[in-house]
Design a binder for this molecule. Sequence first.
Ligand SMILES: [Zn+2]
Length: 342
Amino acid sequence: MFSGSLQYVVPAPPDLGGAFQVAPGIKWLRLPLPFKLDHINLWLLEDGIGWMLVDTGMNDQATRDLWDGPLLAHLEGKPVTRILCTHMHPDHMGLAGYLSPMFGAEVWASLADWSFGRLLARDGGDDFNAVHIDFFQRAGLTGPDLEMIRERGNSYAKRAMAPPPSFRRLLDGANLSINGESWELIEGNGHSPEHMCLFNQARNILISGDQILPKISPIVGVWPQEPMADPLDLYMASLDRFDPLPDDVLVLPSHGLPFKGLKIRLAQLRSHHEQRLDDTRRATQEPATARQVLSLLFPRVSEPNDVVFACTETIAHLHRLMVTGEIRRESGPDGIDRYMKN
Ligand SMILES: [Zn+2]
């Protein structure tokens, strides 16, 4: 179907909390995450008298301790002049509200992701919890999985501070001048509302955020706030925006290693979701709950937190097939939704 493999241009990442130059004027920082996905890549771009920081790390004590000390050495005595968040997820925007006043640096993000991040960091309470419990109950989650939803409340707010009350807006297709160089903003959808990637045509470098990752496929999920969403359609459509880029562009992703081979990776991501859709078709030959379909799509997932993420991704694939008219959904007397072929 597609041939060749990705070419990793740097054999090993920096240590957690470490950094090195990955291209002229661009430093690669790596911070820890307390998950199976145990790291995030941040980028420091030379920006006039200082640095533009791309993404922040998550709001936890380990990351704040790094920013309060060891990471500052990588700045070489120069200020952080701007903080750009590719999107609103906690590992990317979770410390924007901490670092912005600390450095006196404005936060740049898309309107949708800044707004949603600020909203989610402050949301919660009875109506929030009720919508979340209802959504996952209808999906067929039970036992410890549902208990975790009940107990944890707003998990976003536990991992992310609200971004600052004012920000600078990033718009799809606009050009951002960084250190006198032009970086084009390319919007991705489906993983977050308006995820921003940065492409430097002259240097042939793409900062891809989570939109395009080398090893894993970014989560594309339906969440309780927008229970009828079709994010997989949005994600697949936004992948097309990267087709015109050169195949030998150096891709700097938020997780994993920098790579070349964009066209191969785009083909792999498309094929991955096509296969998942095929699995979803097979799983709905007989009426099945989202939880039952999940077992076929993600047979090894069992930890409650992983089940919740897998459930949102499973529903994204079910919704795609509902929108195309291949399957339908019926709510049973038990209040649980079942999906079946038309
Ligand atoms: Zn993300």
